[in-house]
Design a protein around this ligand. Structure first.
Ligand SMILES: NC(=O)c1ccc[n+]([C@@H]2O[C@H](COP(=O)([O-])OP(=O)(O)OC[C@H]3O[C@@H](n4cnc5c(N)ncnc54)[C@H](O)[C@@H]3O)[C@@H](O)[C@H]2O)c1
Length: 387
């Protein structure tokens, strides 16, 4: 043990008392990494995160710090930025606070890791990328869906040629988010439904669909999107009725490289009668697959049934029967944790980490183009952002 070199990394975690900050980033990623003895880079070396919890509310921070067993917390971001032992700034605040906070951290020379969307406009998101590049700091943006077991299975199928030529991808995302009425607590924060606070399902979800599509099925070339605010009023955290100014549903079609067509429905106003909260359905010439968050089912060409339209009789084919599960051939770790570990390695060892602020800006760009398409009621091209 004495010979082990420990790379201790001070990480400023801002917005850590939020839904994502606490559960996915602090508990399931950083504390899990600490509990496993750090990120092992060789038999002699480990990377050990040393978080400082940052936020506005001292009471909440102290309670969270005690709950998870972290010593350092602060309500003063500037002080934590001035402390040279903190080398990484992480941001999971609500979206429209991200840009000024990340800019400040870049100015302080910190490496940046942050939640998506990185901004609410492409211009600002891209500016963060150029600033980080100029400052020479390392940067990463959360693209967690890429490491979900279901999507890893899809990637394996694609990489091993299972699909033949991919024709189309259908994404179905969403669930019923309670409005706050009838004494039922909503599962999402109220700012999600207020445009002026960075809310809206298009800005939230098209960021995800961008990296999912780009990484798995081909670069997004154009978008046609229709947004809707199906539910006009909801009840906030203080029990007060408020107007929903942001879209709660989006119906979007994408043209990808190599003529692949993707269509994604995203909604907080639907009830689930499918395998999971997100399902991705991929049809190819040689086979099809349907993935949820963890599981994935396939139907190869050779076992594709031959249905004939006849509503007058019960279907002779059990359509769900002809699918087989992709086995769990590996242990799947938490998706956020996997990406954190890769980012920490990138900071210490300079290993490749392609999911930086430019990729983050591409997500914001797709959301922005989606909103433009909705407003103009037409297809909008998605130009490549300069490297
Ligand atoms: N990667 C993903 O799958 C995923 C999922 C959900 C949310 N997110 C992103 O994570 C970020 C946080 O989302 P969340 O759902 O955890 O939100 P949340 O409302 O639960 O948390 C927001 C955090 O920001 C802090 N905050 C700072 N100033 C605030 C202010 N003036 N008003 C309200 N809160 C303030 C809160 O204290 C809290 O710590 C958002 O940018 C969101 O888009 C990502």
């Amino acid at each position: 043990m004495e010979n082990i070199k420990i790379h201790k990394l001070g990480i400023i975690m801002n917005g850590v008392t939020g839904r994502m900050g606490t559960n996915q980033h602090l508990i399931r990623s950083i504390m899990a990494i600490i509990a496993q003895g750090g990120v092992k880079i060789s038999d002699q070396e480990v990377i050990m995160p040393d978080p400082v919890l940052v936020g506005r509310n001292a009471v909440k921070l102290e309670k969270l710090a005690q709950q998870v067993g972290v010593e350092r917390w602060s309500t003063n971001v500037d002080e934590t930025l001035a402390d040279p032992q903190n080398t990484i700034y992480f941001d999971a605040q609500l979206t429209n606070l991200r840009v000024p906070a990340v800019k400040k951290a870049i100015e302080a020379g910190k490496h940046i890791y942050c939640e998506k969307p990185t901004a609410t406009t492409t211009e600002e998101a891209y500016e963060l990328y150029t600033l980080a590049k100029q400052a020479g700091v390392k940067h990463g943006v959360v693209q967690d869906k890429l490491w979900l077991p279901g999507l890893l299975k899809l990637k394996l199928l694609k990489d091993t040629g299972f699909f033949g030529r991919i024709l189309s991808v259908r994404g179905e995302f969403g669930y019923w988010v309670f409005t706050g009425e009838d004494q039922i607590t909503p599962q999402r924060p109220s700012w999600n439904y207020r445009k002026e606070e960075g809310g809206g399902i298009i800005i939230d979800m098209l960021c995800h669909w961008r990296y999912v599509l780009d990484n798995l099925f081909g670069e997004v070339k154009a978008v046609s999107c229709l947004g809707a605010t199906h539910i006009p009023q909801r009840v906030d955290e203080n029990g007060k009725l408020y107007e929903c100014t942001a879209d709660d549903s989006a119906y979007a079609t994408f043209e990808l490289a190599d003529k692949v067509i993707a269509h994604f429905n995203s909604s907080w106003c639907v009830r689930v009668r499918r395998d999971d909260l997100l399902t991705l359905w991929v049809d190819g010439t040689k086979g099809s697959a349907v993935a949820g968050l963890r599981n994935c089912y396939i139907q190869p060409y050779g076992s594709t049934p031959r249905p004939v339209w006849n509503p007058d009789i019960e279907s002779p084919i059990d359509y769900k029967d002809g699918w087989m599960p992709v086995p769990n051939n590996q242990v799947y770790d938490n998706a956020f944790k996997i990406q954190w570990e890769m980012f920490l390695r990138h900071v210490v060892q300079d290993t490749p980490f392609p999911w930086g602020l430019r990729e983050g800006a591409k997500g914001v760009q797709l959301a922005e183009k989606g909103i433009e398409s909705w407003q103009k009621r037409r297809w909008v091209d998605v130009p490549e952002l300069p490297v």
